[in-house]
Design a protein around this ligand. Structure first.
Ligand SMILES: Nc1ncnc2c1ncn2[C@@H]1O[C@H](COP(=O)(O)OP(=O)(O)OP(=O)(O)O)[C@@H](O)[C@H]1O
Ligand SMILES: [Mg+2]
Length: 295
């Protein structure tokens, strides 16, 4: 994670007594089984990221409420969920910007909440994050934004940096904008610049928080194409968090549906789009009628 933003710690030290709040009715459509995401079938190595019984309360409200989910290696996973359901909070837990009140988060088998700060910083270097608005530094041009992680974390020469930055910007179709200030870019270009920066350290895991927000459907589809192309080229675990079903349909190989701080169901795109679960069916078809209301 290399955007250089201030890191806020909301750690166990300010945690209240944790417990999973169980209003059975709220969770009647949640058919995901912890075993589904555990090593029941003996393929532990398959999961890059695992969340086990994660509980996080914010302002007294359980935002993650017994979350069990795993994200497979070398796959594009889409985490879908309605607004305000805890998707961004989940991302913050994965990169250690927030810590759970209880439960475990494993990245490549290592516990994020138990990492020391140097271990956390080391882990974050292996994770590229594309924040919602691209999170570019307004005072730097596109080149310097993308070069930033390399200058911070590597001993590359300026020549090597220039070569890498030019390559990544060419990948995302921004060669012509290399000298531009972020304020000169359109929303879609800012996201692509953020994407180039997220890739520059050759991360094993790339996380996208709502890459499609604020983009029209065509630009969203083009960005999804780009995500897919980059995944084909570089491999790794891609995690795309969104409430956009079209994006999930376009690029999701594995899909997890989050609601009320727990996974309703997760599985391959094929399994999810043929699910019998009324909540999953409603959400994935974008229907007004069904268990999900306005509340
Ligand atoms: N630092 C915080 N303090 C208190 N409450 C918070 C904090 N961060 C998030 N929340 C609350 O947690 C809930 C989940 O927020 P989150 O940002 O994860 O939603 P989301 O699923 O990403 O939504 P969206 O699709 O709108 O981005 C919301 O009710 C939000 O108000
Ligand atoms: Mg969010």
């Amino acid at each position: 994670m290399d955007s250089g933003e201030t890191i806020e710690h909301e750690g166990p030290e300010d945690a209240v007594e944790e417990s999973i709040v169980d209003d059975g009715d709220d969770y009647r459509y949640h058919s995901a089984q912890p075993a589904q995401t555990a090593s029941a079938d003996g393929d532990e190595g398959r999961w890059s990221i695992r969340c086990i019984d994660v509980v996080k309360r914010l302002a007294g409200v359980p935002v993650l409420n017994g979350l069990n989910v795993s994200f497979p290696d070398d796959t594009i996973t889409v985490v879908l969920g309605p607004s305000g359901t805890g998707k961004s909070v989940l991302i913050k837990h994965l990169i250690g910007l927030m810590f759970p009140d209880s439960g475990e988060i494993l990245v490549h088998g290592e516990s994020v909440p138990r990492m020391t700060m140097p271990e956390l910083l080391h882990m974050r270097r292996r994770i590229g994050v594309l924040f919602q608005d691209g999170a570019l530094f307004g005072s730097m041009n596109v080149f310097d934004n993308v070069a930033f992680p390399l200058r911070q974390h590597t001993d590359y020469s300026e020549t090597q940096i220039a070569e890498t930055v030019r390559q990544r910007l060419a990948d995302v179709g921004l060669s012509d904008a290399i000298e531009d200030a972020p304020s000169q870019l359109s929303g879609g270009m800012r996201k692509r610049a953020g994407f180039a920066r997220a890739l520059v350290m050759e991360p094993d895991i790339v996380i996208f928080d709502e890459p499609d927000s604020g983009l029209d459907p065509v630009r969203t589809a083009l960005l999804c194409d780009l995500i897919q192309e980059m995944h084909e080229q570089h491999g790794g675990t891609y995690l795309v968090v969104t409430h956009n079903i079209a994006s999930a349909r376009q690029i999701g190989e594995y899909i997890a549906l989050l609601w009320r701080g727990r996974i309703v169901e997760s599985g391959t795109a094929e399994q999810m789009f043929s699910s019998e679960n009324p909540f999953v069916r409603q959400f994935l078809s974008g229907a007004a009628a069904g268990p999900l209301g306005m509340d």
